[in-house]
Design a protein around this ligand. Structure first.
Ligand SMILES: *[C@@H]1O[C@H](CO)[C@@H](O)[C@H](O)[C@H]1NC(C)=O
Ligand SMILES: *[C@@H]1O[C@H](CO)[C@@H](O)[C@H](O)[C@H]1NC(C)=O
Ligand SMILES: *[C@@H]1O[C@H](CO)[C@@H](O)[C@H](O)[C@H]1NC(C)=O
Ligand SMILES: *[C@@H]1O[C@H](CO)[C@@H](O)[C@H](O)[C@H]1NC(C)=O
Length: 360
């Protein structure tokens, strides 16, 4: 690393510098960990300003952001970022939910839902096609990360995942084959894949939506490990880039924290037991499921402390992302966030972004 950003980054590791000076550098580091969002067809000017200052790690786009001007806007962000103090040769993460079927933010494929793929005559081939189609859809908008595939194993017809055809199959082995094929095909075309929602929302009923309300899933640890986690093993073996934990509470393993705020789920289960070495990314930090865990900045610190590498500030408000960046930097400066663990997370994120630099 030779850029000014890496010099700034190294300075943050030296003790004894004035706190105010270091806080600015800590913000640049914290920003790699935060994904911003905004509302409507026109990107707010503050977003570009924060990008130029190196205070943005990426952007998640929703349907109301998508129009013919978006690809040029994304290109503009990347050019502005390349001149920022945060730039180290790797791009901003520009992401969306292009799962397939009903859940698609962009024109283009995958046309088939996960459920239709699981029911195809050759599910593995259909999932490969879907991963390739998703990569093409994102590439047309200059995006580089997809919040798919969904690896949840649904339990009953019409439940949380099945109502929108978001689960490949009740057969966890088959879901793993599909999830791995999707991942391989999409990542092979230069778009990062994200398996969600670990360890699984498959046992949630139709109205148990973590975006809206706290959700407790009373599934046994045995079922989680021998049903819900099965496809993760396959996707991880295929070289999966990112995992998004769910915001549901699973008392079988952690009675206090939802998976995405849980050291047990992230460190012990996902990294320890399943051996995942990639990047963890949170679901929307403003989700209703987290109402007991304070405001968005409190939640972001809890999530980072538990092992969440990237925080999704998905409230469609640029201020939310900026406040989280500042809060993470302050937490690092006063030691409420562990510096060594955070540095390791930064390295994971930047290493993942290196893959994108080549294809950019
Ligand atoms: C589950 O899917 C796998 C892979 O397609 C298949 O070999 C197995 O027989 C299926 N199991 C059941 C119970 O259908
Ligand atoms: C889950 O268990 C709790 C008690 O531990 C109970 O209050 C709740 O109703 C259960 N949920 C379901 C859906 O069975
Ligand atoms: C969140 O709450 C903390 C107190 O726990 C407060 O210091 C902080 O300003 C709040 N953040 C926002 C964005 O409201
Ligand atoms: C964005 O969030 C900030 C505080 O987090 C709030 O003051 C502001 O009103 C919000 N803007 C919009 C457009 O919702």
């Amino acid at each position: 690393m030779k850029s000014t950003a890496s010099i700034a980054f190294l300075l943050t590791l030296l003790p004894g510098l004035p706190v105010a000076f270091r806080l600015e550098d800590l913000k640049v580091q914290a920003a790699y960990h935060v994904i911003y969002s905004y509302t409507g067809a026109t990107p707010p000017t503050e977003l570009s300003t924060y990008i130029e200052q190196g205070l943005v790690g990426g952007v998640i786009l929703f349907g109301d952001n998508v129009n013919d001007d978006l690809p040029a806007a994304v290109e503009g962000w990347q050019s502005a970022y390349a001149k920022s103090p945060a730039y180290n040769g790797t791009p901003l993460l520009i992401m969306t939910d292009q799962e397939g079927g009903e859940v698609r933010r962009l024109p283009g494929g995958p046309v088939s839902s996960e459920k239709e793929i699981g029911q195809a005559s050759d599910p593995q081939q259909a999932a490969t096609q879907a991963g390739s189609d998703a990569a093409s859809a994102l590439a047309a908008y200059n995006m580089n990360a997809n919040l798919a595939p969904v690896l949840d194993i649904f339990r009953t017809p019409g439940d949380f995942d099945d109502q929108y055809g978001r689960s490949y199959s009740q057969n966890a082995t088959l879901a793993g084959i599909c999830g791995a094929a999707f991942t391989t095909a999409q990542q092979g075309k230069g778009v990062l894949a994200t398996a969600k929602h670990f360890p699984g929302l498959g046992s949630a009923s139709s109205d148990e939506n973590t975006d809206e309300v706290p959700v407790q899933l009373n599934v046994s640890l045995h079922d989680i490990r021998f049903i819900d986690e099965v496809p993760y093993k396959a996707a991880i073996a295929a070289g999966l880039d990112m995992v998004m934990p769910s915001w549901a509470l699973y008392p079988a393993f952690d009675t206090e924290y939802p998976a995405g705020l849980s050291e047990k789920w992230i460190q012990h289960e996902l990294r320890g037991r399943l051996g995942f070495k990639g990047v963890t990314i949170s679901d929307a930090i403003e989700a209703g499921a987290l109402e007991a865990f304070g405001n968005d900045t409190n939640r972001a610190i809890l999530a980072s402390r538990a092992g969440m590498d990237i925080i999704l500030a998905a409230a469609k408000n640029v201020t939310q992302g900026q406040e989280i960046v500042t809060a993470l930097a302050k937490a690092l400066s006063v030691g409420t966030l562990d510096r060594k663990a955070f540095d390791e997370a930064t390295s994971r994120i930047l290493n993942m972004r290196k893959k994108l630099a080549k294809s950019a």
